[in-house]
Design a protein around this ligand. Structure first.
Ligand SMILES: Cc1cc2nc3c(=O)[nH]c(=O)nc-3n(C[C@H](O)[C@H](O)[C@H](O)COP(=O)(O)OP(=O)(O)OC[C@H]3O[C@@H](n4cnc5c(N)ncnc54)[C@H](O)[C@@H]3O)c2cc1C
Length: 335
């Protein structure tokens, strides 16, 4: 276990904001991960887990305790199931499944971060989400001080949400098991823009490799693939989730999708843009991406406070103009 003092969080997060971590501990296997968490808990030091740092807004004042950097590795295959250590880079895993002709996560190509964070917000894109393939999540439960395995039902997955997110700080993901489908073809394509790009009908399948390439191309076009030379990717991806509201509160002109139980999911991108925050709206060193109004981006030297103030303005305007409350997707970390 390596421990560094006063390591700047800005260097460990894709938004590039955040002050120093008192102690930064890098762990490379599950036993070390559990030991580091137990040690912080026993000493009463605030604990922050970080994978790729692509879904957090780290505080400018830094972290007055332990930041555990999850760098555990390993993929174990049993039949068509993969048990994956939390620190495995997500997109390497997707590439691996496509090469191994295993379908189920191809539409999730190009998402940054580590596998252990994917169940936390039930990562999703282009018609797929990890809840469709996860069969088990091995965790260390800090409340019960023991390791256990959560079933998908116990994870309580929902749209960009799970019990792991709703009970923040309780569960440390050690590994995740995914059940995939063998074959050359993808799972049915469930997203109109992707189906159009592939030249297939919605609900049809396409060769796995083609789906991965099409998704990567679409994402690059929006600055949604991490790339140090692309300032639009200095973000946490979409900053707001698509709000789900009762059908009668749908907003005129706003694209929406049925969300079950008499509810609809509204396009957060449309709401942000229509409230006056179109692509490339800047305020100082922060603002909306020049290619995607839903991604908030930072310039070098920006602070978390500036970013959160800008996000607050977006929320207030959308609320005032459309009566809908946007919910941020990344975690604004607080000790
Ligand atoms: C350019 C870009 C595009 C993106 N596109 C998408 C997208 O299409 N869809 C999508 O859903 N997301 C997207 N995201 C958001 C982000 O990549 C995902 O949420 C990703 O899963 C976060 O992984 P991470 O390892 O970086 O998590 P981190 O940012 O390190 O952590 C995120 C949260 O999970 C917690 N956490 C991390 N590891 C563990 C663990 N082992 N156990 C318990 N808790 C843990 C952290 O404490 C934190 O609260 C995008 C981000 C960027 C920058």
């Amino acid at each position: 276990m390596q421990v560094r003092r006063n390591a700047p969080l800005a260097e460990l997060t894709t938004l590039g904001v955040g002050g120093p971590a008192d102690r930064l501990i890098e762990v490379t296997d599950a036993a070390e991960l559990v030991a580091a968490v137990r040690e912080a808990d026993e000493a009463g030091r605030p604990l922050l887990l970080l994978g790729g740092g692509s879904n957090v807004v780290a505080p400018d004042e830094g972290w007055p305790g332990d930041v555990v950097l999850v760098r555990t590795r390993g993929v174990e295959r049993t039949g068509d199931a993969l048990r994956v250590q939390a620190g495995e880079p997500w997109d390497d895993l997707v590439a691996h499944t496509v090469a191994e002709r295993l379908a189920g996560m191809e539409a999730l190509s190009g998402i940054p971060g580590a596998t252990g964070a994917t169940p936390v917000q039930n990562v999703g894109a282009y018609g797929q989400e990890v809840a469709q393939t996860i069969t088990a999540v091995a965790v260390y439960d800090r409340a019960e001080k023991r390791s256990r395995v959560l079933s998908p039902a116990e994870c309580g997955f929902a749209y960009r949400d799970s019990r792991l997110k709703r009970e923040p700080g309780r569960f440390v993901v050690l590994d995740v098991t995914f059940a995939l489908v063998p074959g050359e073809l993808s799972r049915p394509v469930g997203y109109a823009e992707l189906a159009r790009r592939l030249g297939v009908e919605i609900g049809a399948a396409a060769p796995l490799g083609e789906v991965r390439e099409a998704v990567l191309e679409l994402r690059r076009g929006k600055g949604m693939v991490l790339d140090p030379s692309d300032p639009d990717s200095r973000s946490a991806g979409s900053f707001f989730t698509n709000p789900v509201v009762p059908v009668e509160r749908a907003v005129e002109g706003c694209p929406s999708w049925p969300a079950g139980d008499g509810q609809v999911k509204l396009s957060a991108a449309w709401l942000v843009q229509s409230a006056g925050f179109g692509r490339g709206t800047r305020q100082g060193r922060v603002g909306t991406s020049s290619r995607h109004s839903l991604a908030l981006t930072t310039e070098p030297g920006a602070t978390a406070a500036e970013l959160l103030a800008f996000a607050g303005r977006v929320v207030a305007e959308v609320e005032q103009q459309f009566g809908v409350t946007l919910v941020p997707e990344p975690t604004a970390v607080k000790p």
